[in-house]
Design a protein around this ligand. Structure first.
Ligand code: UD1
Length: 417
């Protein structure tokens, strides 16, 4: 793994344009495998998780053309003969598990390695598998592989015990080729789900959201498409991250965002002293000290779990002591303890982290263990006195498009070795 050497304290100023959403594109790419024909995605983020997915496409012998500089990816989708995806590639990132719903839907079978991803808790897949069973699939395990098989899939009503992004995506795919009308109840509400729904309809599937439910009319025959284009929704976590970086370090204009997707956190910060100039697609964030906050992470439209670690850095500089309570994943807060090496004072108590405000960050060597934790260490390093070394910077490359280019453009002193 690589490390970042950061000389902190620069006043960061300039513009950062938000790219397509990681959690959308990782669901859209496999969806293209459900049809035959040419599909082009636009606004594709330049992140390493895309590279991982394309390695799986190589493994499956799918033809694609990735024009990185134009943020465009064209997939020439056709029938796949290899229905065994047993490779460490699957274990290297979480979204590989979308192949379960896609392949079960289209081919009625798949053998796949256990999915991986950031180690932020146990991250089970029981809702996914129970959902597949409800559609008539058999689910078996052999060593560390999952075996899915069905004679045919029959529509069903699936009621998730709690909202799950991944399980909702997976059941949308599978139900698109199940006979009849399926209803997913208590479906996740994240904008990335609605991005997938939008894309599925462009492909010709019949998927409709009605509040917390998603209705899917299964198709009998494999769909053929003719040169379809689809633009990925802007990444709301990337947008919130760079707004927070502006509040920490100088004046950053964050463009190409969707304010309605990040309203909850942005409005909360503004009400607590953040200097923010807001429009529907752009936010100017100026260095400010925010008042202490008591935050509980929630499913959309609440404050997302994915921003908690980065928001925490702002609160460490805030006016008074704050608390963040995590409700989605266990083990998400290890990065807060790592931040104590930069002269912060955080304490984990059960699912919460107590954050002492008013800290001056002082550079040191820190080790990243997950994507958003890594971002929090980098941002703290940029706001710190002296030099900070962030080990395992590769984690941040998984989810922040053109990371070094964007940071350097606003004046960050960051070097990768
Ligand atoms: C997705 C996102 C991740 C984000 C998370 C919550 C992707 C690739 N990842 O992760 O960035 O942090 O949503 O917004 O889009 N659960 C079960 N059983 C299951 C499925 C989930 O118990 O079968 C639990 C999880 O442990 C967790 C909660 O449900 O407590 C929500 O998880 P989920 O929304 O599924 O997260 P991911 O899809 O893994």
């Amino acid at each position: 793994m690589k490390k970042a050497i950061i000389i902190g304290g620069n006043e960061l100023k300039g513009e950062i344009k938000i790219d397509g959403a990681k959690n959308s594109v990782l669901a859209l790419l496999p969806a293209a495998l459900m049809v035959n024909g040419k599909v082009t995605f636009e606004n594709v983020p330049n992140i390493s998780d895309i590279k991982s997915f394309l390695e799986i496409f190589d493994y499956l012998e799918i033809d694609y053309f990735y024009e990185k500089s134009a943020a465009k990816l064209t997939i020439h989708s056709r029938e796949i003969t290899n229905l065994e995806v047993v490779t460490p590639l699957v274990e290297s990132f979480r979204a590989s598990y979308y192949l379960m719903g896609v392949m079960l839907g289209r081919y009625k079978q798949l053998t796949i390695s256990m999915p991986g991803g950031c180690k932020i808790g146990t991250r089970p897949v029981d809702y996914h598998l129970e959902g597949f069973k409800a559609l008539g699939a058999d689910v078996d395990f052999s060593g560390s592989t999952i075996i899915l098989k069905a004679e045919k899939l029959i529509a069903s009503e699936i009621n998730f015990p709690r909202k799950s992004v991944g399980a909702t995506m997976n059941l949308i795919y599978a139900a698109c080729y199940a006979e009849g009308l399926s209803v997913i109840k208590n479906a996740a509400l994240e904008p990335e789900i609605d991005d997938l729904i939008g894309f599925m309809n462009v492909l010709g599937f019949k998927v409709l959201r009605i509040q917390n439910d998603i209705h899917i009319e299964g198709m009998e025959k494999i769909l053929n498409v003719d040169d379809i284009s689809y633009s990925v929704v802007p990444d709301r976590i990337e947008a919130m991250s760079y707004v927070i970086l502006g509040l920490l370090t100088g004046e950053i204009k964050v463009t190409n965002l969707n304010y309605s997707h990040i309203k909850k956190l942005i409005d909360l910060l503004k009400a607590h002293g953040a200097d923010l100039e807001i429009s529907d697609t752009e936010i100017i964030a100026r260095k400010s000290t925010v008042k202490a906050l008591d935050i509980v992470t929630e499913e959309y439209p609440g404050v997302p779990t994915d921003i908690a670690q980065i928001l925490g850095v702002l609160l460490m500089k805030g006016d008074g002591d704050s608390v963040i309570t995590e409700t989605i994943f266990e083990n998400r807060f290890e990065s807060f303890i790592e931040l104590n090496k930069l002269n912060c004072k955080n304490e984990i108590v059960d699912d919460s982290v107590k954050i002492t405000g008013g800290r001056d960050f002082i550079g040191n060597t820190v080790i990243a263990k997950d994507l958003r934790g890594c971002a929090s260490l980098v941002f703290a390093g940029l706001a710190a006195k002296f030099q900070t070394i962030v080990e395992n910077i590769d984690y941040m490359e998984r989810g922040y498009s053109n990371l070094y280019k964007k940071l350097s453009a606003v004046g960050a002193n960051i070097q990768i070795i």
